[in-house]
Design a protein around this ligand. Structure first.
Ligand code: NAD
Length: 293
């Protein structure tokens, strides 16, 4: 069994990005600039946004954090989006989800100009992705592809089973791995909460991408020998007696699955590490006007 070390890979890519920024600045250009909008005080969202902002600073990107209280009106938030759309000093921006219930997330996502949608959540980017056109890929699927590319994981003709069909992970990674490209050219089955015989699908899989949000759902008895396992899940489970009182785990039961897997991503230290890096890669593309000229 080999462990796909997301931490090491993310470090390497950050160093490459940092070098790119240095070159841009040395040539008289300005550093790529990412803005993040955070609404309310949700602790998980605060941690995610802080990570994104810090990661920018570490590699020499400019970053701006715009905060609004949880009771901000939808029209005020849409104004913030409009200003960022127009601000030529901002290359790309994200609005951290989830938003408070009184705000329509779809309306906010649609208001972001696709050219600045470095999260890749706008339907224009999603549609371009589905058609194989240049676009900003959503960060987590992009991170998985990068991991596969850098570790030369063969996907052509392989049976891939994706568990989960969310718009940010399951559905896009399913589309991407079935595209005529590398990584891709795989035969993809997307399983979800209404799938019958999930274990039969899993036992056939050469590659499993688990994005369900249920701690340690995939067990060793459900997978075949030599399987490649990409565990996207990030779950908190109680761990009495530890300092924090909880531990993080994936959607895959690492202890029973890893002895059968040829490659497996750990949690923490796996796919999650690549997610922020993918956002930075999109921001660099935005600064270079690589996708939308
Ligand atoms: P989601 O809650 O939007 O979707 C979960 C999916 O799992 C649904 O499509 C549902 O049909 C499926 N599902 C639920 N129960 C099932 C069952 N019993 N059998 C089969 N399928 C089932 O999830 P999401 O936003 O895609 O996130 C999934 C997991 O990935 C979560 O743990 C989340 O924290 C994690 N995540 C990690 C990253 C990262 O950077 N590594 C990014 C996004 C999400």
């Amino acid at each position: 069994m080999n462990i796909l070390d997301g931490r090491q890979l993310a470090k390497k890519i950050r160093a490459e990005l940092s070098e790119e920024v240095n070159k841009i600045v040395a040539a008289g250009g300005r550093a790529p600039h990412l803005a993040a909008v955070l609404v309310g005080e949700d602790p998980a969202s605060q941690v995610y946004v802080r990570n994104k902002v810090r990661s920018c600073e570490k590699i020499g990107f400019r970053s701006t954090l715009i905060r609004r209280p949880a009771d901000v009106g939808e029209s005020e938030l849409l104004d913030v989006v409009r200003q960022l759309n127009e601000d030529e000093a901002v290359d790309g921006f994200i609005v951290q989800l989830p938003l408070p219930r009184h705000i329509n997330e779809e309306r906010v996502t649609l208001a972001i100009r696709p050219e600045k949608d470095v999260d890749g959540f706008h339907p224009v980017n999603f549609g371009r992705m589905a058609q194989g056109l240049p676009c900003y890929l959503p960060a987590t699927p992009a991170g998985i592809l990068e991991m596969m590319r850098r570790h030369e994981i063969q996907t052509e003709g392989r049976e891939v089973v994706v568990i989960g069909r969310s718009n940010i992970v399951g559905t896009p990674i399913g589309i991407l791995l079935s595209r005529k490209a590398y990584p891709g050219n795989a035969t993809v089955t997307i399983c979800h909460s209404r799938t019958r015989g999930l274990e039969d699908h899993l036992r056939r899989a050469d590659i499993i991408v688990a994005a369900i949000g249920i701690p340690e759902f995939v067990k060793g008895s459900m997978v075949k020998e030599g399987v490649v396992v990409i565990d996207v899940g990030i779950n908190r489970v109680e761990a009495p007696g530890t300092e924090k009182g909880y531990r993080l785990c994936g959607d895959v039961d690492f202890d029973s699955v890893s002895p059968k897997a040829s490659l497996i991503t750990p949690v923490p230290g796996g796919v999650g590490q690549l997610t922020v890096v993918s956002l930075l890669m999109n921001t660099l593309k935005a600064a270079r006007r690589e996708i939308y000229v």
